[in-house]
Structure formats: C-alpha cells, structure tokens
Design a binder for this molecule. Structure first.
Ligand code: NAD
Length: 472
C-alpha cells in the first residue's frame, strides 16, 4: 500500500522493486536517487481535426536517464496512457538497456488515444504532429532520443516518424537512426518485428534448460511438452507463443481482451490468429473452450504463464490463485510489487520484464547501428565467408577422399545474412544476460530474479555516473 492509502501506481511499483534491490548495493543515497528519478518529462497537448470539429490530444515523452545517450524507448497509443505510466516505462527501459548491455538511457512516449477509434489518415496526422512537437523541443534525434514501437504502434507509425523527422532535418546523413522498428524499405532491420517475442522465447528456453532450477520447481528441464498460457496476441504475445510452440511447448491457453480460450491438448497459434482475423474474436475457436474473461486465463493450470498485454494484471488479489510455476513477463510491469512478493513466497519463478522483453531494444540497437553504418549487416562478409568455407570443404574432400552431400555443403558454406546475424546476436544477448542475472541472484543472496536484475543494472548505471565524474 502506498503512503496515500491507494495501491502503488505503476511507477511506484517500479521504485519499490528498485529500493528492494538498492539495499543489496552499497552506493550512496544521492547516487541511487539520481539513478531512480526521471531526468526529463515533456507533457504536451495538440489539436487535430476530426469529422465534427477539433479534438485536443494529450501526449508525453519521458527521458528517464541521460547517463548514456541517446535515450531509447517505445511509443504507446492507448486510452490508458498517463504520466505515471510513461515514467514507469521509461525507467524500465533504463534498467533493461543496462541488463542487456545496450548503450542507451531509457525513455518512453505515449499518446492518450484509442487507435481503433481513428482513421489511418487521422492516425498519420497525430503521429506526424507528435513527432513535430518532439523535434521542436529536441526530444528526438539519432544522438538524442530514439523512439520505437510499443503497445498500439508498429512499423507504419515508425515510418511516419522518420519521414516527419527528415522533413525537419533534410540532408541529415544519420537521420534514419532517429527511430527504430521501421519497415525494411525505410531503414528497418530484418528480425525487428519478431525480436521481442523471439527474445521472450530465448529467455524462457534458457531458464528451462537449467536442470537444478527446474528440479526446484518440480519440472523436467527443457521446453518439450511444457504447458503455456499467453495473454495478449499482439506483437510480443503472438511471436512468443509461436516460437514457444515451435520450441516444443504446448500452448494450452490464449487470452485477448474480448475473452480467452483453452484446450489442454494444445492450440495451434497460427490457426487461432487466422480465426481471430476472420471472426474478429478469439472466442469459438474449433475444439477450444471459451473463457468469459481474459483475467481467468491467468489462473489456468499450466507450467508457464506469459502475460504479454499490459501492466498490473497480476496483483495481490489473483497472485495466490496463479498456478503457473514460471511467469515469463513479456509485457512491461505485468506483476505488481505486492504480487511479486506473494509469488516469491510460493516459489514461483518470475522471469522479469526488464530482462525478458529486452529482445526488442536489443534488435533496435542493431537497427540503429545499421542506420549509422549505412550498410546492411552481412553485406561485406557474406561472400567472403562462403568462399572460404567452400575452399575448406574442397580441401577436406581432397584430403579424405570423401565427398559431402549437396545439402551438407550448402549448410556448411552458408555465409551470414542480416537475419542470421540479428538472430544470433539476439540469442547470445539473451543467454548471456540470463546467466548474469542468475549468478547475481546467487552471489547477492536475494530471493528472486527481478531483484538480481535490478542489482545488476543499478550497479552498471551507477558506475557510468561515477566514470562520468558526476559522483565520486
Ligand atoms: P500490441 O499492441 O502489438 O499487442 C497487445 C495485445 O494485447 C493486443 O492484441 C491487444 O488486443 C491485447 N490486449 C489488450 N488488452 C488486453 C487484455 N486485457 N487481455 C488480453 N489481451 C489484451 O502491443 P505489444 O507491442 O505486443 O506490447 C505488449 C506489451 O509488451 C506491452 O506491455 C509493451 O510495453 C511490451 N513490450 C513491447 C515491445 C515491442 O517491441 N513491441 C518491447 C518490449 C515490451
């Protein structure tokens, strides 16, 4: 309970988790305060023309930490956007970037609209005006602050943003790096669309690979046959569900805002998405049982629960009823601090958002690098690698007198394309960061991965400030 008697807000929840972890560090309070606060908060309004007149739109951009520049974070379109939420999400971005060693400070943006209520033309006007406001106040730029997609936004909005930014900065050689998550034709990178969900998959796979940790949860190591429930079938949830299914999991429950479905024999993710597109609802999927509310799905009997929609869906009310042994936080802030404590006491493994959904910002970092380098990853090395491996195979064949099959030769001599490099860079990042957090949990002696992740990122950010000479 917060001091005002209300449940803690989203940003307060982030800071409760921060304070818990800060107690495991020995940084001075002033330095911890600097790490925790939001450096810049820009709140603004602008009018747009609608059918019957004008409407004033509220928007935010928050840069949480300038210890590294540019700052980075998505833009959310939702009726629920408010300053507290944007600050919380910006703070999470700072900690997230530190965990996966992406050299950015955290930021976040939000526009308080329900995008479903506007035409594409109106959404374009809103996005372009929002970008112009950021340009005016120096809140966007390749070395300043670099937005990306989040809830309610995607490649289309990012294309409008880069186009508007370039209109204000014509001739800027690095201008494309002002935003990530763009379509490939506009300077985007292959693999960004599915990066967050793929990262969720890599993170859960790494956690499940540890035999000791799985034994403690009463589970077998590996993904094979693990029963999974996913809430939210958007960018993050859909891709996470798809990769987990491909990795051997049984998707037993899927939840959207209109309701949820389950089938203990497993649901085919692609078929459910097709059904939802055709009928405009997830409900009544052949062979599955309907659940009236999405919240109920969180309490289904399963091994892994992936909340991938919005924040604060696991609270102190429903936490005691959650049966999953592992919660993989695809969304930002799905578990309140109080719920987190209940889950810790129950022995549930919570793989925290600030690590698990960092795949998006990791590949956004690759996109930013691509834009600054002005060359597609793999372009310089692909042919050279293929020729070298070809020569190696030919020499092996000559020395051994045995010939490789055509398929084997093709596989062995494949030079990396952009997508290969992106996915392998993402996989490595997620594996290294998971093991760093797990080891930190053991050395620090805390009871959960979230606290360990916070300790690790607080240390990294604090050292940045010390190295900048701002703190002794
Ligand atoms: P999205 O807009 O693509 O998808 C969100 C989905 O959740 C939609 O299909 C929506 O209908 C559904 N939804 C809304 N309310 C729901 C409810 N009550 N129950 C069930 N489903 C509901 O958004 P996204 O980009 O997938 O983001 C989802 C979460 O992941 C957010 O918390 C976001 O901050 C976080 N995240 C996104 C990215 C990214 O790269 N897109 C990166 C990191 C974190």
């Amino acid at each position: 309970m917060a001091a005002n008697g209300h449940p803690p807000s989203f940003f307060e929840n982030v800071n409760i988790n921060f304070d818990k972890a800060a107690a495991y560090t020995n940084h001075p309070q002033g330095l911890l305060d600097q790490v925790k606060i939001c450096n810049s908060v820009y709140q603004f309004q602008f009018p747009i023309q609608v059918e019957d007149g004008y409407e004033v739109i509220s928007a935010w951009r928050v840069e949480h930490s300038h210890h590294k520049l540019p700052t980075k974070g998505g833009i959310r379109y939702s009726e629920d956007v408010n300053e507290d939420e944007v600050k919380a999400l910006a703070a999470l971005m700072t900690y997230k970037c530190a965990i996966v060693d992406v050299p950015f400070g955290g930021a976040k943006g939000g526009i308080k609209i329900d995008p479903k209520k506007y035409s594409v033309h109106q959404l374009q006007k809103i996005t372009r005006r929002y970008t112009a406001e950021l340009v005016k106040k120096n809140f966007i730029g390749p070395g300043i602050d670099v937005p990306a997609p989040d809830y309610g936004t995607g490649e289309r909005e990012m294309a409008w943003i880069v186009d508007t930014y370039m209109a204000f900065n014509s001739g800027s050689i690095d201008g494309q790096a002002c935003v990530t998550g763009k379509p490939i034709t506009q300077g985007g990178i292959r693999g960004r669309r599915e990066a967050t969900g793929r990262g969720v998959f890599f993170g859960i796979r790494e956690a499940c690979a540890n035999a000791e940790d799985m034994k403690a949860l009463g589970l077998k190591p590996g993904l094979e046959g693990k029963r999974v429930v996913v809430q939210g079938l958007g960018n993050v949830g859909y891709h996470a569900a798809k990769f987990l299914q491909e990795g051997g999991c049984l998707i037993v429950g899927l939840a959207e805002y209109e309701g949820a479905i389950y089938n203990l024999k497993g649901l085919d993710v692609e078929a459910v998405v097709k059904h939802r597109k055709e009928t405009r609802s997830i409900l009544n999927f052949p062979g599955a049982t309907n659940m009236a509310s999405t919240a109920e799905a969180l309490e289904l009997d399963c091994d892994i629960l992936v909340p991938a929609a919005l924040e604060s869906v696991i609270t102190k009310e429903n936490a005691p009823r959650i049966k999953a042994k592992i919660i993989g936080e695809g969304a930002n802030g799905p578990t309140t601090a109080e719920a987190g404590e209940i889950l810790n006491r129950k022995g549930t493994m919570v793989i925290p958002d600030m690590y698990l959904n960092a795949g998006g910002v990791t590949v956004s970092y690759f996109e930013w690098l691509k834009n600054l380098q002005h060359v597609r990853m793999g372009r310089m090395a692909k042919r050279f690698t293929e020729t070298s491996f070809d020569q190696l195979i030919a020499t092996l064949e000559q020395k051994t007198g045995k010939m490789f099959l055509e398929d084997e030769r093709k596989k062995l001599t494949h030079g990396p394309d952009e997508i290969d490099l992106v996915n392998s860079g993402l996989e490595d990042t997620m594996i290294v960061a998971y093991n760093e957090i797990r080891e930190r949990k053991m050395t620090v002696g805390c009871d959960d991965l979230r606290t360990a992740a916070f300790v690790s990122s607080i240390d990294k950010i604090a050292h940045s400030y010390i190295e900048l000479g701002i703190f002794p």
